[in-house]
Ligand binder design. Structure first.
Ligand code: F6R
Length: 621
């Protein structure tokens, strides 16, 4: 949601502030937005120049081309995902105060905006938009008049606002300065040479610098071309936490693919391999260096609760099967927003595992805080460095999927599952639940998975063909048992998100308790068949389920492992995947379902990278 870019510098050419900010906004498009705007500060101009347009970034680019502006030294830019006030030119950011001398952009929700707006209106301030952000702009204007210092003014305003916010501001009288404030919304600093950057995430400035600074909760940053200063909301200086981003601009580009989604599906073998990298020492034992939690605390854990949302929660469901099997610790999986508000039973012996690609999902962050308040330790499984959840968690296990640009998650999902396997095997090692050779055998199997995912990708021709034939389908069901169940849920979610088709995932055993009423002749039903080499009973139960739906006329599209001859007789179509241990099979079974959803959406002419109404990083509750 909402993308933010800030730039200050005196680097040639003179169009650089505008170019950098527009490029950054382009790279943040994936977060989801409905309008875009920019503010440019030109020394001596006496006011900040603002352009903003509803709709895609191209509208803003056209507006700027019609009214060119050069010689700016600072700029801030914004892509808006509407909360207060419909998407329109007027409601787009930046918002201005002090007769156009000051401009502000904002990500988040100001919860006390109505009270503040009423107070400001009583003082004679006239509002031009319906947004909560304009309140922050006018407050900042008042504080600037009182202090003459943008940083101090921002500090005063930040203390008065309730809710979540990242704010950036520029003032015409300080053409070499951009000030930002961060409270429960993301903001990172990019360090350049004679120029500095701000962004919602590092992709905003990745083509200019890979050197970055993490900003903490309740901090204010002031950037000039040659300095970066950070203070907290209390006004105290803050130690800077510098890091180098481990991917480059090419990783965040399509690289010849028809969509980011297609590229990210193909990136999955690498995402899994990179997530496994460096986690085993020379003796073959797991080392999870980032886990700063005392081993004695981890040994004493009597329950794990996974908190996450959407696809990340389905990764948690897969983890439940593996961790319970390997470690004999009960694992609960909760949607983060439900966990937070239902008074969950959490003790100091509960370990909470928060899974999030972005590390910024507000629901998950709130669940983390709630768990910590109850005395639980929290391990974060996160893909985005410098994001809020890993900063606040007690420990972090990073997935190394690289930047995930398509809004719907694919490579982050398989790397999240991989990280939970590592966590489960690490607990089994620590608590002695498995023999050393058993763990090493499973790790060896895990190392085979990138190659096997590659094989699934190479066999994708048929699933693509079928997706294109099925472009006018209006409903699809997905069935699975055991680890196939969360994959059925994920297959249905991908199809809903990307192709806007009604899709439902069910536990195959649940079918006869209701959903079987939905089966009618010709209805396509995907079935994920467990390995016959695993629990044979599970396999034969799913074969029976396929027969039940086939008898009622469903069209059965089956995912089965190589050599499973029993399924062929009951399937209208089989998508074969290589043999793998049952607990690891989700890494393979999900791939044909991702491809099916992406290709069907493509056949319908939809934008698979930015599906309607969705935001990549859901930073409001
Ligand atoms: C679905 C999808 C979402 C996210 C969910 C959590 O394709 O992408 O369901 O998985 O919004 O996001 P993160 O992982 O960033 O916390």
């Amino acid at each position: 949601m909402c993308g933010i870019v800030g730039y200050v510098g005196s680097v040639v050419p003179s169009s650089r502030p505008q170019d950098v900010v527009l490029e950054g906004l382009g790279r943040l498009e994936y977060r989801g937005y409905d309008s875009a705007g920019i503010a440019l500060v030109r020394p001596g101009a006496g006011h900040v120049e603002v352009a903003k347009k509803s709709g895609k970034l191209i509208n803003l680019r056209e507006e700027l081309a019609a009214h060119p502006s050069a010689d700016a030294t600072a700029a801030i830019g914004h892509t808006r995902w509407a909360t207060h006030g419909r998407p329109s030119d007027v409601n787009a950011h930046p918002h201005q105060a002090l007769d156009g001398k000051l401009a502000v952009i904002h990500n988040g929700i100001i919860e006390n905006f109505f009270k503040l707006r009423t107070e400001l209106a009583a003082q004679g301030i006239v509002f031009t938009s319906e947004t909560d952000t304009e309140v922050a702009a006018h407050l900042l204007g008042q504080e600037f008049l009182a202090t003459g210092d943008l940083t101090q003014a921002m500090r005063s305003v930040a203390q008065r606002l309730e809710g979540t916010f990242t704010l950036l501001a520029v003032h015409a009288d300080q053409p070499d300065t951009v000030v930002g404030a961060r409270h429960d919304s993301p903001l990172v600093v990019g360090l350049g040479n004679g120029e500095n950057f701000l962004g919602s995430d590092v992709s905003a400035f990745i083509s200019h610098t890979r050197e970055a600074l993490e900003l903490g909760q309740d901090e204010i940053v002031t950037i000039t071309p040659n300095s970066v200063e950070v203070i907290n909301f209390a006004g105290e200086p803050v130690e800077l936490n510098r890091y180098t981003v481990d991917w480059d601009a090419a990783a965040a580009e399509k690289g010849g693919y028809w969509s980011f989604m297609a590229k990210e599906i193909d990136d999955q073998p690498q995402a899994v391999a990179d997530t496994l990298l460096g986690r085993v020492d020379e003796n073959g034992d797991l080392i999870l260096d980032d886990l700063r939690i005392d081993e004695s605390v981890l040994r004493a854990i009597d329950k794990i609760i996974v908190v996450a949302c959407g696809t990340a929660a389905y990764a948690g469901h897969v983890a439940k099967y593996a961790i319970e099997h390997w470690c004999r610790i009960p694992v609960e999986v909760e949607l983060a927003h439900e966990f937070r508000y239902r008074d969950p039973i959490v003790t100091t012996r509960t370990l909470v595992v928060a899974i999030s690609q972005s590390g910024e999902t507000m629901d998950t962050l709130m669940a983390v805080r709630h768990a910590q308040e109850q005395g639980a330790k929290v391990i974060a499984i996160v893909n985005t460095h410098g994001s809020t959840i890993p900063r606040e968690a007690d420990a972090v296990l990073y997935t190394h999927a690289g930047p995930e640009i398509a809004v719907a998650s694919t490579k982050a999902f398989v790397s999240q599952i991989t990280a939970t396997y590592l966590l489960g095997l690490y607990f089994a090692q620590l608590r002695g639940n498995m023999f050393r050779d058993e763990i090493q055998k499973m790790l060896a199997e895990l190392r085979e998975m990138p190659g096997k995912i590659r094989e699934v990708l190479e066999r994708a021709g048929r699933v693509k063909e079928i997706a294109h034939w099925m472009a006018d389908t209006s409903s699809v069901l997905f069935l699975g048992r055991h680890t196939g169940f969360p994959i059925a849920l994920e297959g249905a979610l991908k199809l809903k998100e990307l192709a806007y088709i009604h899709a439902e995932g069910f536990a195959a055993g649940e079918l006869k308790h209701g959903p079987i009423a939905l089966i009618e002749p010709g209805l396509p039903v995907f079935v994920i068949v467990p390995s016959p080499r695993g629990r044979g009973l599970l396999h034969s139960k799913v074969i029976s389920n396929i027969q039940e739906i086939r008898a009622r006329g469903a069209r059965t599209l089956v995912i089965a492992e190589d050599g499973d001859t029993a399924v062929e007789a009951f399937a209208d179509e089989v998508f074969w995947v290589p043999q793998a241990p049952t607990l690891l099979s989700p890494l393979l079974n999900v791939v044909p379902l991702q491809i099916f959803a992406a290709e069907l959406a493509r056949a319908k002419g939809l934008d698979v990278d930015q599906p309607r109404n969705l935001a990549k990083s859901v930073t409001v509750e």
